[in-house]
Design a protein around this ligand. Structure first.
Ligand code: 6OD
Length: 469
């Protein structure tokens, strides 16, 4: 049974709830659901620790971040096992991406924060400078698709900027956060700096509405983000949202086709398509459209299916497969549930799927699906490609496949997206701003941008008296 981690100690309180293995559907373990009392206790623990943690020199906090990175390395296998048990992710991906990114996040933000200069501005006889203060107690609400990676992506900058935190992982994926709680305790992190509570959305709601929570960072659905926004509106709490995407991939006829097909396979099917950055709309220049579709569909058949996180999410993805058919799509491959004839048949799998033939205004092409599926459509000109890519309520990421240097820059700068990759996908430099426009979010994470969210500047202006000439 997983327990909350509050004030440096395990806390077993609240009703138990089950966590399922997506590969088989079986219940693998249980966790306690945070009720109002647990949430209050966690926020109070964070508040009690806040003053001491904020007063610590940034270099010392950076030292703690490095110790946590070492702690992650020393519990690497446990974290891999916990993440796989909750998500059914492939071992190789978990070992090479999800858990190492936790280490990288703590090390990167330790560096960035420790080296960040304060601002100073001079006018004749006037000196202004800024000092940055942490927000205080930050609620960190983490999704289920990259649970450890995204928890640490928020935690590291929040902590190094001097905040204390209450983390609520998704109810589906609490395992790696529970191991991280042990890492904090083993490292001797001051009690109350990191608190972790488990539960469904109702526990998250109690957390964000708690009057002693000073800011909220959330990655997840646009709908939940709206609810959080309404909840915190009265107290005008700072929010940082990284939300959904309906990301476009543009494949020009001057691309390296092998590379573009590889990249499309990766960007559509990684993590079972359950990454906000995954491509769900591919637009391919007409002269290579047929060949691209044939190659993508054939490669999709070789992709090892990965389970959806829950039965409910699988139903949702399958409902979009049905929608595609009812809207008149041609299904190039997939569109159903794979049969393994083993224990996985009771799990939450869907087939990797490629469809074509729908209008850009179809529901299928406008709503985020979050599964291993994409629609492919042809385009004739660069301008048309840009218009198609931008015709979306979302604006998180876009990917371009072209060998034209001028075209790459020209198109990238006209795309309404927070992130544009050229001839690659999901290549990350942790110092760069990360986030989306339109329904894809508010604010930016990454590098200095994260530190800007997790701290606020106070401007000090001094009038310097001039000695008489
Ligand atoms: O890699 C990252 O830093 C990041 N923020 C990924 C987000 C993925 C959303 O599903």
């Amino acid at each position: 049974m997983l327990t909350h981690f509050i004030g440096g100690l395990p806390v077993a309180a609240g009703h138990p709830f089950p966590i399922h293995d997506p590969v088989t559907g079986a219940v693998v373990r249980q966790a306690h659901e945070a009720d109002p009392e647990v949430v209050d206790r966690a926020v109070r623990a964070a508040r009690e620790a806040a003053r001491g943690w904020a007063a610590m020199p940034v270099g010392e906090r950076a030292g703690w971040m490095r110790r946590l990175a070492e702690g992650i390395e020393s519990r690497f296998d446990d974290l891999v096992a916990a993440e796989i048990a909750d998500t059914g992710k492939p071992f190789d991906q978990t070992r090479t991406l999800d858990i190492p990114r936790g280490v990288a996040n703590f090390r990167a933000f330790a560096e960035i924060a420790a080296q960040r200069p304060d601002d100073a501005f001079h006018l004749p006889g006037v000196l202004s400078y800024t000092v940055r203060r942490p927000l205080g107690v930050v609620a960190v609400i983490v999704p289920w698709n990259l649970p450890f990676l995204l928890m640490t992506w928020k935690l590291a900058p929040a902590l190094v900027a001097g905040n204390t935190v209450v983390v609520k992982p998704s109810e589906s994926t609490p395992g790696s956060a529970a191991v991280f709680a042990e890492i904090c305790a083993e490292a001797g992190l001051p009690p109350g700096v990191v608190n972790i509570i488990f539960g469904y959305g109702a526990s998250g709601q109690l957390l964000v509405e708690h009057p002693d929570v000073d800011g909220v960072t959330f990655t997840g659905s646009t709908r939940t983000a709206s609810t959080i926004m309404r909840t915190v509106a009265d107290r005008v709490k700072p929010i940082s949202f990284e939300l959904g995407g309906k990301n476009a991939g543009l494949v020009f006829d001057d691309c390296d086709l092998d590379r573009a097909v590889d990249g499309a396979v990766q960007s559509v099917f990684t993590n079972g398509g359950q990454v906000c950055l995954c491509t769900e709309r591919l637009y391919v220049q007409r002269s290579i459209f047929e060949e691209f579709c044939a190659r993508l569909a054939s490669r999709a058949q070789e992709v090892e299916p990965q389970p959806m996180i829950s039965l409910e999410h699988r139903e949702r993805v399958l409902s979009y497969y049905a929608l595609a058919r009812s809207e008149g799509a041609k299904v190039l491959t997939g569109g159903g549930v794979p049969a393994f004839n083993d224990h996985r048949d009771s799990g939450y799998f869907v087939e990797p799927t490629v469809v074509t033939g729908l209008s850009e205004w179809s529901r299928f092409n406008r709503e985020e699906i979050f599964g291993p599926v994409c629609h492919v459509a042809p385009f004739d000109s660069e301008t048309e490609a840009i218009d198609l890519a931008n015709n979306s309520d979302y604006g998180l990421a876009a990917t371009l496949w072209t060998t034209g240097l001028d075209r790459a820059h020209r198109v990238a700068q006209r795309l309404e997206a927070g992130l544009v990759w050229v001839n690659t996908w999901y290549l990350r430099d942790l110092r760069t701003p990360f986030g989306g426009v339109k329904l894809s979010g508010i604010g930016r994470e990454g590098g200095i941008q994260s530190l800007d969210f997790y701290s606020e500047p106070t401007t000090v202006t001094i009038k310097l008296e001039q000695p008489d000439a």
